[in-house]
Design a binder for this molecule. Sequence first.
Ligand code: ADP
Ligand code: MG
Length: 679
Amino acid sequence: MKEEDSILKVKGVGEKIQKKYEKLGIYTVGDLLEHYPRNYDVYQPICSIRELVEGEVCAIEGVLDGTPKLHKVRNLQILNCNVTDGTATVKVTWFNMQFLMRSLHTGIRYIFRGKVSVKNGRLVMEQPEILSKEQFYNLLDKLQPIYPLTAGLTNKSVSKSIAAALKEIDLNGDYLPLDIRKKYDLIERKKALKAIHFPDNKEKMIDARRRIVFDEFFLFALALQQLKAKNETRQNKYVLAECAECQQLLESLPYKLTGAQMRAWEEVKKDVSGNRVMNRLIQGDVGSGKTIIAVLALLLNAKNGHQGAIMVPTEVLAKQHMESFCELLEPYGVKVELLIGSMTAKEKRVVYKKLKDHEVDIVIGTHALIQEKVEYDDLAMVITDEQHRFGVKQRENFAGKGEDVHILVMSATPIPRTLAIILYGDLDLSIIDELPGERLPIKNCVVNTGYRPSAYRFIEKQIKEGRQAYVICPMVEESESIEAENVMDYTEQLRANLPLKTNIEYLHGKMKAKEKNNIMERFAAGEIQVLVSTTVVEVGINVPNATVMMIENCERFGLAQLHQLRGRVGRGKYQSYCIFMTGHESKETKERMDIMGKTNDGFVIAEKDLKLRGPGDLFGIRQSGLLEFKMADVFQDASILKDAYEAAEEISKAEVLDMYKKYEGLQKKIKMYTSDLSL
Ligand code: ADP
Ligand code: MG
């Protein structure tokens, strides 16, 4: 069996199961083997009921105290019984497992293993497994893989399929040259694949993980090299000469560009007037003022007679850009149009025609811009904003709308410069590391829910002064399994707690684009005072009059994400505030929130977060969704990234060809690295 073979070849996988795997993006045996555990479960020794601790998964051994009782709540069958081991008694609960009634008998010793939580002030073990002594002692101290699943696939069945595939697979030797494996102390690929799924112990798992992470980075680095080599051959077909209008625009702004903005702008100008096509990334923290650079670049491009386009990840942001571009560019006779998914087919057709007939100089849009029907007369520049929300592939498709067009990408992901140079290896880098001058640093506070009433009074006061506020909740609506604030109920609660005349609305990703746009527009216009939202507001929204960001259940978000959210305020001349509301308190939450409370610097946060998690915490909260490798995490595995990058620099062309020979699927895989990952 080969990696390229269909998973149907795996023992036990029929067409029905195949369909389920497809949902997880698993088509081939290789895909299945790369369906890595998201964590491991370690079976710890049995503990006495008296010692049970809330929040932990524990195993207990005991007998039933009384008979199990079944009752129905809504459509849920709840089975309860008490278990005692002589030290104490604990309630055990199963949901929709009424069939267990028949197999639970008094007088017999069972081992139950499950998560312990507190309900109505009492400890409960929920949904535990029931194990025989033999089963339990076979599993004790072992690392059991926990896989990402989908409906219809159980952890057991995935684990079985993977074990079957590992048994039959022919991995054809190791494609990574021996000298590299030696130099970086990497185990064989085959061994790594076995050990990542079924490690004998933690050390073996760590070695396996290291090899897999190395491979991901290494292939990624090779992919970037190829992109870069391709770019370097691209001659500049659109040499753009300086224009008076850009200078006029700069002089008309109500502010002066910061030194860092100025540098970035100079670098852009130098690129587009040089011999090679521009391929530049502007990296700058939220609020550092990247948009104006895009406006200037597109104005320069238009005044040189060419068309340009800017793509953003959300419609809300597209509309916002549309407004500010139109306002800024109005005096210069530049024609700007919007192209977004929620427009009618007819409206879109009008824009398509205008683009083709060169009646538009600048188009602002979402993914709608990379649709097949979009054709230009003379496209010379494409810009992607919030690049970390797009894949490299989308960036390429976007650029593919023209021929050797200038490419500018903008990102707010705060990563240390050393990493950025590697990760954006195919691009030249401008960094805006300076926030516009008169900004007051955001004031932060980390509080628990007991502080809510005061927080509401505070928001009320800010509204009275004419300001606006955001409240972020992790969920859209109420959920049975997750206890966290949700946008729908919260909006009601807030309406009851703030003066009647306050206009409070909500926003979440499940709403129709039209509704979302409408809400965002009204918020931007100041008609809505408080916006209760999920993280959809995270990306790029700019409402300078908003001064309060309150984040409920902040422990549920990654630090990078919290930083992005906080970046929605502190964008104007007013003092802004960020309230981190913790839903539950643990040492970890406290440490993480301490970081947020103490600094507003994205780079510092990224680095501290990394240190805090440490190399032992292999499966911690992931960063902002940046570069979703299957296994690797660019922050946590930064040192492996550096090794892999170095190895990719040193490898010879002949060795690369040899690798391709050894592993048929490799070229395809390398291509995938530049298409599926978002940077
Ligand atoms: P981001 O880098 O997050 O995209 P924006 O481009 O949205 O930031 O800029 C945030 C706000 O700062 C905008 O209201 C913009 O007009 C303003 N701004 C940009 N540059 C400056 C500057 N040099 N001085 C003062 N305000 C600025
Ligand atoms: Mg922006």
